[in-house]
Design a protein around this ligand. Structure first.
Ligand SMILES: [Zn+2]
Length: 122
């Protein structure tokens, strides 16, 4: 029997008993104390297993997270800048056309420029 079910039963019995005892006018004070203990114990039994389960699940979800760094490291490489041979403005290494003067670069030279740029970065 799970402690949660026992806790729920204890709590229901405690509350019902407490209502009954109070309705019958407060002659049985020892019952009120006993039933209050029932409610408290029932509450603890319900709450405690609930607290333990999500914490173990949280540990499981935290563990497989590390991967991202690789994706973060690959980003700055796309921000390598070069000087446009035509207007000398700083443009992104991978650009096929200068955004300042409209100069179109030779795909072959661009390829080698990218390779050189990436080699310098790492
Ligand atoms: Zn240019």
């Amino acid at each position: 029997m799970p402690s949660k079910t026992i806790g729920a039963i204890l709590m229901i019995l405690g509350i019902l008993g407490l209502i009954y005892t109070l309705a019958m006018s407060g002659e049985q004070k020892s019952y009120v104390i006993l039933l209050s203990i029932f409610i408290v114990v029932g509450l603890i039994l319900i709450i405690v297993p609930k607290k333990h389960q999500p914490s173990t699940q949280a540990f499981r979800t935290v563990a497989p997270e590390p991967p991202p760094p690789a994706a973060v490291l690959s980003k700055p490489k796309e921000q390598i800048k070069k000087d446009c041979p035509s207007c000398s403005e700083k443009i992104i290494l991978e650009a096929r056309r200068c955004r300042f003067c409209g100069e179109i670069f030779d795909p072959e030279t661009l390829k080698s420029q990218i390779e050189i740029g990436r080699a310098q970065q790492s």
